[in-house]
Design a protein around this ligand. Structure first.
Ligand code: ADP
Length: 260
């Protein structure tokens, strides 16, 4: 009676400690696996454009291309690969800063309307080349006054509109609209493009997650755009969500605080 009870207690305590340690070990293993996967993803993504550029340049150096038009085409392709590499490196820097939480948001009051118009202008030619129309659903003279980091929010619009064009349909539409709530605006970026199947929808915000890898890559996608956008919106203590129907299109929604 006197001896077994405290022994049992000690035994149970040891079990408890062991179970806790096992959980810690599992968590460390999980983090380690995530890190390795991330490194593998990054190396793969970096290798792709480097290999491509190397290929084009070596072909040129080997003198295989005498035709000046073909030569120019090869040079252009090498340049495009390197541009892609540059975008990827910029995205990686953004994501690592955002994930470390070292980004200090520079929040101030600003009108989102001119910001969206500017982003539209930036994509005007690309959209027009596929006859995609960009719509900004605001009244003439209407202002959408937000309290946020304008530069970062501009980046979110760039990422979302870039996607809406990439995965949009020729002759399609992209709508940006704002819904005023009590303290926040809900921003909506909607397209009538290819849409996303249900099994992928919960994963598109993950780093490097791409549904159709070959298509996304040929369009210059790194699989980081949505992940960066999510980080930016969450840094504003808000959230972003996606709904989509295959063949009908996708809708991205996020909330941002109204101007003070
Ligand atoms: P990517 O650089 O590949 O576009 P993102 O992180 O921006 O990377 O998007 C991740 C994936 O989600 C894309 O590869 C694409 O498959 C899918 N996706 C994103 N936006 C849309 C959209 N508007 N319509 C259909 N699919 C989309």
């Amino acid at each position: 009676f006197f001896t077994s009870d405290p022994l049992l207690k000690i035994k149970n305590e040891i079990y408890e400690i062991a179970a806790k340690k096992q959980l810690e070990i599992d968590e460390l293993k999980r983090l380690q696996a995530m890190r390795s996967e991330f490194l593998a993803d990054v190396s793969h993504e970096l290798k792709t454009p480097v290999f491509a550029a190397q290929g084009f340049i070596h072909t040129l150096l080997d003198g295989a291309v005498d035709d000046p038009t073909v030569r120019d085409k090869f040079l252009q392709k090498a340049a495009n690969s390197l541009d892609g590499l540059d975008t990827l490196v910029q995205d990686l820097i953004s994501i690592s800063q955002l994930e470390k939480g070292v980004i200090e948001l520079r929040k101030h009051n600003f009108d989102a309307v001119p910001v969206v118009r500017e982003v539209f202008e930036q994509f005007e030619l690309r959209a027009a080349s596929r006859d995609i129309k960009l719509h900004l659903d605001v009244q003439p003279g209407e202002e959408i006054n937000l309290f946020a980091d304008a530069t970062r929010i501009r980046q979110v619009f760039i990422n979302l509109i870039d996607n809406a064009i990439k995965y949009g349909r020729d002759g399609g539409n992209i709508w940006v609209s704002f819904n005023e709530g009590r303290k926040k605006y809900t921003v909506t970026v909607k397209d009538d493009g290819m849409g996303i199947a249900e099994e992928h929808i919960n994963r598109v915000f993950e780093r490097f997650y791409r549904i159709d890898k070959s298509r996304a890559r040929s369009e210059g996608g790194s699989g980081l755009g949505l992940s960066i956008s999510k980080h930016i919106v969450e840094a504003h203590r808000s959230f972003i969500a996606i709904t989509s129907t295959v063949g009908k299109g996708s809708t991205l929604r996020f909330k941002l605080p109204k101007a003070k």
